[in-house]
Design a protein around this ligand. Structure first.
Ligand code: MG
Length: 248
């Protein structure tokens, strides 16, 4: 073959093959594949058990991760794998602070019904020490709906009442996004919360209006990016177990 025809055929082959090469690199379906970051591997654990990357706040043995309202040891009891409110001793809170989280907590109101409305099996899970997801025996127990179990207290009524009977264990799975404040301490992004009550969606990414208030309207007051989880002593014999949290 003459030299000039060799170059000619090489050129033709290159022109024919070029699109195939670029096709494998830029196939239209691969353009939208995102390969990084690769999510860390997490073992989900057996049913009811915490996932492998969870911070265990209460595993049934002790209250070391908790403190009382004066900052001393938590005055509640750890008995038979449960954390029990000791009425009159006050709220307890985690020693560690948290911001954006997934929180799992199980709770039980007394099987013997005493009191009514807000006076029946009342406690609460306060995110960042100030935003309450209500704990209440809401099995056939009338009260204002924005104060029943799984309400964002006095802010958001739960979508449904997924309560179990008194004396049965119940669960909350909470996804909470902390509020953001600007340099002047004004809220620029309100907190948001999603709650599953016994696996049922009851709060769907609702906006929290500010600090939980018993009297008056809620409003935001600046706080740090990480604040404790607080559990309420409302004078009732509430029990908790299997409490774990994941930073988001
Ligand atoms: Mg309460």
């Amino acid at each position: 073959m003459k030299r000039h025809s060799y170059y000619f055929f090489a050129l033709i082959f290159t022109i024919i093959l070029l699109p195939f090469g670029s096709y494998t690199q830029d196939r239209p379906d691969t353009v939208t594949e995102v390969w990084e970051p690769v999510p860390p591997v997490v073992s989900p654990g057996e049913a009811g058990a915490p996932p492998s990357d969870a911070i265990i706040l209460f595993d049934g043995s002790d209250l070391f991760g908790w403190e009382g309202r004066d900052g001393g040891d938590a005055p509640w009891e750890a008995v038979d794998g449960e954390m029990r409110v000791v009425p009159g001793t006050g709220d307890i809170r985690t020693r560690e602070g948290f911001g954006d989280v997934q929180l799992h907590i199980e709770w039980k109101t007394p099987s013997e019904i005493r009191g009514s409305g807000q006076g029946r099996g009342n406690s609460g899970v306060f995110l960042m020490d100030r935003y309450e997801i209500q704990v209440l025996d809401s099995w056939e127990n009338e009260t204002y709906p924005n104060g029943q179990a799984a309400s964002v207290y006095k802010q958001h009524i739960p979508l449904v009442n997924a309560s179990r009977r008194p004396g049965e264990w119940q669960s909350y799975d909470i996804i909470f996004m902390a509020p953001r404040f600007n340099d002047n301490g004004r809220v620029i992004k309100p907190a948001r919360v999603t709650v599953f009550h016994n696996g049922v969606l009851v709060q769907n990414n609702v906006e929290i209006w500010g600090n939980t208030e018993f009297i008056g309207l809620p409003s935001y007051r600046e706080h740090s990016m990480e604040e404790p989880v607080r559990l309420q002593d409302h004078g009732d014999l509430i029990r908790f177990r299997n409490i774990w949290i994941r930073r988001l």
